[in-house]
Write a protein that binds this ligand. Sequence first.
Ligand SMILES: Nc1ncnc2c1ncn2[C@@H]1O[C@H](COP(=O)(O)OP(=O)(O)OP(=O)(O)O)[C@@H](O)[C@H]1O
Ligand SMILES: [Mg+2]
Length: 594
Amino acid sequence: MASLLLRQRRVSALGVSRILQAVNGDSFRLQPESNCRTFASFGVIIRNYSSGKGTAKVDFTDLTRPHTWYPNARKKQRKVFLHVGPTNSGKTYHALKRLESSSSGVYCGPLRLLAWEVAERLNKVRVPCDLITGQEKDEVDGAKHKAVTVEMADVTSDYECAIIDEIQMLGCKTRGFSFTRALLGIAAEELHLCGDAAAVPLIQELLKVTGDDVQVRSYERLLPLVPLEVPLGSFSNIRTGDCIVSFSRKGIYKLKKKIETGGKHLCSVVYGSLPPETRTRQATMFNDASSEFDVLVASDAIGMGLNLNISRIIFSTMKKFDGLERRDLTVPEVKQIAGRAGRYGSKYPMGEVTCLDAEDLPLLHSSLKSASPTLQQAGLFPSFDFIYMYSRLQQKRGLYQILEDFLENAKLSENYFFANCEEMLKVAAVIDELPLSLQDKYLFCISFTNAVSSLLIIIIIYELAWNQLANTGKSLYSPVDMNDEISSQGLTQFAENYAKKGLVCLKEIFSPGSLQVPKTHFALKELESIHKVLELYVWLSFRLDESFPDHELASSQKAICSMLIEEYLERLGFRNPTSRKLNSLMAKKRRQYL
Ligand SMILES: Nc1ncnc2c1ncn2[C@@H]1O[C@H](COP(=O)(O)OP(=O)(O)OP(=O)(O)O)[C@@H](O)[C@H]1O
Ligand SMILES: [Mg+2]
């Protein structure tokens, strides 16, 4: 085992020392004289500890002290400010003001669009700010600030100020653990948490053991949000500034068609499986008063913290399919989405919210009046180090079995729940067939997104890789959705070619020049999936650059995919914008790609 550890270099010295400390309590210290700096001696220590020959038996499945996984943050006594209140109450604004005046800092948001909005805002007020998301890394000269998606939060750097936006998401089944990781792990003098008051008791409880100083600041909504007594009724009542919400892609296009065939409005669309850059441009077009796209048709991808110029939200339905069943929207979901109307600083003096159908109004009204239920537990997932160390003690070799056993045996404190790993297990079962190392299996395994929200989901915090990649700003997760056939085939093919030859040439799998403007919805969906496969290639080429050499080609084809999708949305929409405007729009876009 020791020689294997040495040869494969799967676990960092820091990682091992941190794990041993975490599972043994504060009394455990690695002795410098025991020459623990080699992986071989770590192997011996671990074997001794785990077999009980050492002073204590190590249980790598003991995850009851997650705050000890982050020694950098524990060195600080952080000032934690909890900014809580309803939507549109200035929570993020106040936290950002502090970030702007700090000497170094990071904003962590749940959406790429939010990170992008913050980077734009900071750069505009001459605070150079990098934008780092799973898909991109825009570096600005001299930047000491970063706007990132929460999964990219770096727990190895020191900051003066950090923000975690929409902190109530730490209760999310799939992504919650990334918020917990940022909450416990970011090493900042000041940590600003923005979100729903429902998260306050849980956060106070979680931070009791960290020694941080926690203060709560409450806010009131800045502009009124008025629930209307009458439904929209007819589509002829749609007006500029409306945003109509639907939870399916099909529903979104149906609504766009209905509104545009009325002849008075053009619709921007925002939904999860659109390429992120396309979503950003669609939202920007809707916000731009001079654009003809004056109505928004969107999914709950707009539900969090975004500043869109919406005067009225119209729910086309109050039900949503959540992957298992079609269920009523929850109180927090209704409030988050409705809260997008009447943003302070937009041209509308208040926000309005209603439904398409009268029968949905009672649920809308009651949800807006109710308090969100208090959060009980935060998501948690261990670092790869834990799983790797655990795997060294097992006879079984397959990642699926190791993961499954680990999940079964893991012990958590009552404040935490285990992140939902079903999707990861599905991929592990496929990848296990290939002759790959555990680490490589892991790399391919963390490559998927959730089909329902199409946000980057179920992300394993791959600390080993993180330690190596933190300074390069490379993301630890890749963007493939295993429920999408094209994406999952792409992932499997990449993994198979990699296992066979150690080299994956994009041209063997994909013919450049074959992309076209889609003519049907089916073709559009296919193009969205191809975009995801290309995104996966780019992701892998960042991490395994010698084996995935066609980075440039994949990036350019990915950009072409987004352009063709947008061309479809604008040119082949249901009512064409005036040709002069269209030509200038398309010319502008082409310039961006060239
Ligand atoms: N004091 C202020 N002065 C000027 N603009 C403000 C002020 N407070 C908030 N705003 C603006 O109002 C809008 C809403 O504020 P903000 O995004 O901070 O709300 P929020 O409470 O974070 O909402 P959400 O819960 O939806 O994220 C933003 O455009 C913000 O810039
Ligand atoms: Mg906000």
